[in-house]
Design a protein around this ligand. Structure first.
Ligand code: ACM
Ligand code: ZN
Length: 519
């Protein structure tokens, strides 16, 4: 790649996601040894973190100086000024920001620290491409959707705290703001719950039957590590959303506490991929007692307002044969076993509400709701297609779109090529770019219920962080543009021209990424 070309490029030709409005202006702002961040009170955290991150991007050994000022001084030359301002335009929220750069100052203004942070990431993107001399520009920027996320499955394979932080940082650089952490599944339980220690003593480890050496695989996140990740994400304006799968994908839980299954076991932490018939016994009150403790711990470790309760791919085979499950169905006057899952969803949602949180469920939570309905505050994550999101939005539920059919499943191959790594299907960079959370045919009322979307990385076939990075990028950047940039500004040809700038940034941050055809 001809790297010198970037020094001549304009800011508008580098940034992903494309800002709402940007005007390239003449000249460049050049960082020098005395360039510091001048901040207003209330922005100390943003100034401190950005001072370190921008210095790293510039190759400096120590952070940029930070200075708190209530009034700017004439001597504040060669500076980045960040400050909060009253609302300048209706319709822009906390994440919106303005930037004005000249040859001797970069001024970032926003209504709230969120917006200041996004503005600082825009500057960081330019430094990572252009180095110490970044092209001058003015911009007004504001996200299209509130929920802009990525999901990482840490059950099928375990990923280090360092890698998770690296991903949170890269997501934040692209103005993403949600990390959906898939913490438990059939193949491993990764969350320590003090009252039920076997969840991690047993549930975090599986026997890899494909090899005869070193064949125990697993680990879990210690409470302090979880708190460290949550704090790291919070400092970068990313909310961590933990997922605890219920009532299916429960092999690891059942291996730890076999009495929670319909047959009583024995069970094993699964070594195979897929969907398994042994799920939580919803006729057993002890299951809800254990989940109560699990969600209490989850709420203690994760301060954010949301907990994902899973709900997907739950076979009913065992329930149909189980006296306790049949009793529960009859007692509650339910007609089908789908309705029994709906009963369970309602109980789990009550636990989430008890801890002051809102539940998110995969789109199966819409099934079997004829008798009991779905509690109104449940957010539906539409994954099997757009249909779940269309139905949920018409029922008045908030919706997060991440259809496996629509470029949001990043475990799929980048290309239909036998030599390309990936799972089952294909999602090109173009598919991810074209993913639109507003489904065709949605009316205004439905569209208002769509709070955003995300890219999901399932890791059955992704054993290592370097491979995960390759699956995420550049598709996560493509999704980020779809979730942030106004629809009318979206242009795949323009995005493709900005790919070399993305490559430079990812190189600077030490990422592996896919470099092939985009569509
Ligand atoms: C899912 O992909 N089973 C949510
Ligand atoms: Zn049962």
């Amino acid at each position: 790649m001809d790297t010198s070309a970037f020094f001549a490029t304009k800011a508008s030709e580098q940034l992903i996601p494309a800002p709402m409005r940007i005007v390239d202006t003449d000249g460049a702002f050049t960082f020098g040894s005395d360039t510091g961040i001048v901040y207003q009170s209330g922005l100390a955290s943003e100034a401190r973190i950005a001072a370190a991150d921008l210095a790293t991007a510039l190759g400096y050994a120590s952070p940029l100086p930070v200075v708190e000022r209530t009034h700017l001084r004439g001597s504040d030359t060669a500076r980045i000024i960040i400050r909060l301002v009253p609302a300048w335009d209706d319709g822009h929220g906390a994440e919106a920001y303005l930037i004005e750069t000249t040859t001797d100052a970069i001024v970032i203004e926003a209504m709230a620290p969120d917006g200041i942070w996004h503005g600082l990431q825009t500057i960081r993107q330019l430094i990572l491409v252009s180095g110490a001399s970044i092209p001058c520009f003015s911009c007004i920027d504001s996200p299209r959707f509130a929920w802009r996320g990525f999901m990482l499955d840490c059950s099928r394979h375990f990923f280090s705290v360092e890698f998770i932080k690296k991903m949170i940082d890269a997501a934040s650089l692209h103005h993403l703001n949600r990390f959906h952490w898939h913490l438990v599944d059939d193949q491993g339980w990764r969350l320590p719950v003090p009252e039920y220690p076997r969840l991690t003593e047993i549930g975090a480890y599986r026997t890899d039957l494909r090899q005869s050496w070193d064949n125990t695989y697993g680990d879990f996140y210690r409470a302090e590590q979880i708190q460290e990740i949550v704090r790291y994400a919070d400092e970068r304006h990313v909310m961590v959303v933990p997922e605890i799968e219920t009532p299916g994908h429960a092999s690891a839980l059942l291996a730890a506490y076999p009495e929670l299954g319909c047959t009583g076991g024995p069970y094993q932490v699964e070594d195979r991929w897929g969907i398994f018939d042994d799920v939580m016994c919803v006729g057993n009150d002890k299951v809800l007692d254990v989940l109560d403790a699990v969600f209490r711990t989850t709420a203690q470790l994760f301060p954010g307002p949301y907990i994902h309760i899973g709900g997907d791919e739950c076979p009913k085979v065992r329930w149909k044969e189980c006296p306790k499950c049949n009793k529960r169905l009859l007692e509650n006057h339910l007609a089908t076993f789908d309705e029994l899952q709906s009963w369970m969803t309602v109980q789990v949602v009550k636990l989430i509400q008890k801890y002051g949180r809102r539940a998110i469920g995969w789109d199966e939570v819409l099934e079997g709701t004829e008798t009991l309905g779905l509690p109104k505050d449940v957010i539906v994550m539409s994954w099997r297609g757009l249909e779940g999101g269309i139905k949920a939005s018409s029922m008045g539920h908030e919706v997060i779109m991440c259809p496996t059919t629509g470029g949001c499943y990043l475990d799929h191959k980048h290309l239909d090529d036998i030599d390309e790594p990936g799972n089952i299907s294909v999602a090109t960079v173009g598919d991810s770019y074209e993913a639109d959370p507003i489904a065709p045919g949605m009316d205004e009322t439905q569209a208002r219920m769509v709070i955003g979307g995300q890219g999901n990385l399932w890791t059955e076939k992704v054993c290592f962080a370097k491979h995960a990075e390759y699956m995420f990028f550049p598709r996560l950047a493509a999704l980020a543009e779809g979730l942030w940039t106004p629809r009318e500004n979206k242009d795949f040809a323009s995005f493709s021209r900005r790919i070399p700038a993305l490559h430079r940034r990812l190189d600077a941050l030490g990422f592996s990424y896919y470099k092939g055809a985009l569509s």
